[in-house]
Design a protein around this ligand. Sequence first.
Ligand code: ADP
Ligand code: MG
Length: 226
Amino acid sequence: MMKLSDISKSYGAGSLIVPVLRGVDLEIGDGEFVAIMGPSGSGKSTLMNIIGFLDKQSAGVYSLNGEDVKDSNEKQLARLRNEHIGFVFQQFFLLPRLNAQKNVETPLIYSGVPKKERAVRARELLAKVGLEDRMTHLPSELSGGQKQRVAIARALVNNPSVILADEPTGALDSKTGAQIMELLTKLNREGKTVIVVTHEEEIAACTDRIIVLRDGLIVEDRKVTA
Ligand code: ADP
Ligand code: MG
């Protein structure tokens, strides 16, 4: 379970300091499926980056599973990230010269997993996202939806408990976006905590809970009624 208490984040220094998050209180339980909405610039990505240990709050307390991360250094943040978090982004961020299988394997190379084991794991995850027949395709040979599936498979490779998806359907047409949401729903049903940033009501409506940010504050937090 994640707990954020009075989280603030500012960028810049001195008289140029820009407050981006201004006291966010938020609890998200294990296995929740949450959408974060709000206007451009309201702090959604900043909040996701703090939740995912890509960035650190300026003030306030963030703990995951009771572990307070306030005094963590870069190395400890990287460990928390690798152990707990899978990231998915609007722009996929696949490595263009590597095929689907190698893209999925890449995080395992960094954690020293042997080649054979990596290949097995990548195959298993690409099958899970419906791409067992696209293992050797380069990103340029895949559709947008397929690229996002590869990115999701890669996000799953360390078996994280939390998937953070920052506008995962933002670069996709609505039908493909709906398919990506089906996949994220399936992962949530299997037990993952899934947090999705989106501008689209239809996408948010696939989740169980909608949080709205405005000017760095949570202004709405409601259950989605089926
Ligand atoms: P959202 O994802 O809701 O569009 P962001 O969290 O990306 O909003 O950004 C919120 C505000 O913080 C914006 O005004 C943005 O310009 C600013 N911001 C984000 N990242 C940085 C940064 N690294 N340095 C300075 N300002 C930033
Ligand atoms: Mg953003």
